[in-house]
Design a protein around this ligand. Structure first.
Ligand SMILES: Cc1ncc(COP(=O)(O)O)c(C=O)c1O
Length: 428
């Protein structure tokens, strides 16, 4: 009898422990499935391809694609009705939702195709005078750099200044000081362009400390937030940049062609859409940007569904999963390859991306280190190993840039580790 009581007591206690453990592990999320099951259930990704590069193009959940498809079908069932009477309300609801998500007043935010459009919109709306300077960094995204160079060609009387980011980065202060020193050494900077997270090095800029430096110098700041929405909590209005543009089609799971531009209201009269159309002479910012001829608005319409997808899982749960995965993967790859991670202090690392140096062997047949060849490595990897990851060039070396999102699992990075080791020994 005593044995039965002990057995019952032990079983109830064990069940209780299991329940508490389960509740604790899943306290952050209503949905509990991440990793491979998530990839197969919630995304349309090819089962046999390993995706370790969310950072380049993102991927769109099945549910969000279905929402966009629903809008497309609705439009095609009655195009006149859609464009004349329906699309505006849906678009404005999307602006509302996105504005709430990124901490903006909806009057100060417009939707656009991508960050490249956001950057172009601002730089080409501003008026430039002789002696003006635009400050970028040596890690500014290539397309943004080309936009600046082009504007410089159109306005040869202005100059481009490059702030040099060097490694190791040991603190936030180091970046803030480099910005101060570059501004001190270059009178006449009118606009500073800062990446919230750099593409080539996965560096998280301490904007909360860098923007005030620009404010003190009376210099305008535009933030390229291509990687930020859905990756780090955003309060664009509080950040205080003059212009902030961010992609929703990367870490935020919106269909491609979905980004926003936040404009400090003091500039809302001078910022014009890149494409002149019906809204051009409207006084309200939103009205100028919303009717850009006959375009496909469905990626904007589906932005609501994308943000809801994130909210349903919970940003806390996503951050917990992705940061644990990226830290584990970066350390595992670094040990497996015998090469270091890029020397960036943890406080300035992009939370869901990391760089690990590509290992080299004496006499390996890797191509010369340059941007074009990093693209070639991406292609070799995809074709030979069905693995998608990014290769970048920092300080004259190749680096592997990995990403982690909710559909990744440890197996993805083990495959990547083994493929890299195979590649450097067997490249032909
Ligand atoms: C830092 C950064 N800026 C800008 C862009 C451009 O984004 P899009 O091609 O969506 O305009 C990217 C794209 O990866 C990026 O990484």
């Amino acid at each position: 009898m005593v044995d039965y009581v002990i057995l019952a007591y032990t079983s109830v206690t064990a069940a209780g422990i299991v329940l508490v453990w389960y509740a604790w592990n899943n306290r952050r999320s209503k949905r509990i499935v991440f990793g491979r099951k998530c990839k197969l259930n919630d995304f349309m990704l090819k089962e046999w391809v390993t995706y370790c590069n969310h950072g380049s193009f993102g991927t769109v959940p099945r549910k969000v694609i279905e929402t966009q498809r629903k809008f497309q079908l609705e439009r095609e069932s009655d195009p006149d009705c859609w464009y004349r009477y329906q699309v505006e309300d849906i678009y404005l609801s999307a602006v509302d939702k996105v504005a709430q998500f990124v901490g903006s007043d909806k009057e100060n935010l417009v939707l656009l195709d991508n960050v490249t459009t956001g950057v172009n919109t601002v730089i080409k709306s501003l008026r430039w005078s002789p002696g003006d300077k635009i400050l970028i960094t040596n890690h500014t995204y290539e397309a943004v750099k080309k936009t600046v160079v082009f504007v410089n060609q159109m306005n040869p009387e202005i100059d481009v200044v490059t702030m040099k980011i060097t490694f190791p980065i040991e603190s936030k202060r180091q970046l803030v000081n480099t910005l101060k020193e570059t501004l001190d050494a270059n009178e006449g900077v009118k606009l500073v362009i800062l990446d919230h997270m750099t593409s080539v090095s996965a560096l998280l800029m301490p904007l909360e400390d860098m923007i005030p430096v620009c404010r003190q110098k009376n210099v305008m700041v535009m933030v390229d937030g291509a990687h930020a929405p859905g990756h780090v909590p955003l309060e664009v209005e509080k950040l205080g940049a003059d212009f902030y543009t961010g992609n929703l089609h990367k870490w935020c799971f919106a269909p491609r062609g979905c980004a926003f531009l936040h404009i400090n209201p003091k500039y809302s009269d001078i910022i014009q859409p890149l494409v002149t159309s019906h809204g051009q002479f409207e006084p309200r910012l939103c009205d100028r940007f919303k009717s850009q001829a006959t375009r496909d608005y469905t990626s904007f319409c589906a932005a609501i569904s994308a943000v809801e997808f994130l909210e349903e899982i919970g940003m806390d749960a996503i951050t917990h999963y992705n940061t644990n995965m990226i830290e584990w993967a970066a350390d595992m790859l670094s040990n497996g390859w015998g090469t270091p991670r890029l020397a960036i202090h943890p406080t300035v690392r992009a939370p869901f991306m990391a760089l690990i140096k590509l290992p080299r062997k004496d006499g390996d047949k890797l191509p010369a280190v340059n941007y074009a060849n990093s693209e070639q490595l991406i292609s070799i990897f995809y074709k030979k190993y069905d693995i998608v990851c990014a290769f970048t060039v920092v300080d004259g070396e190749f680096w592997v840039r990995i990403s982690a999102h909710i559909y990744n699992c440890k197996e993805d990075y083990f495959k990547l580790r083994d493929a890299v080791l195979a590649l450097i020994t067997r490249l032909d």
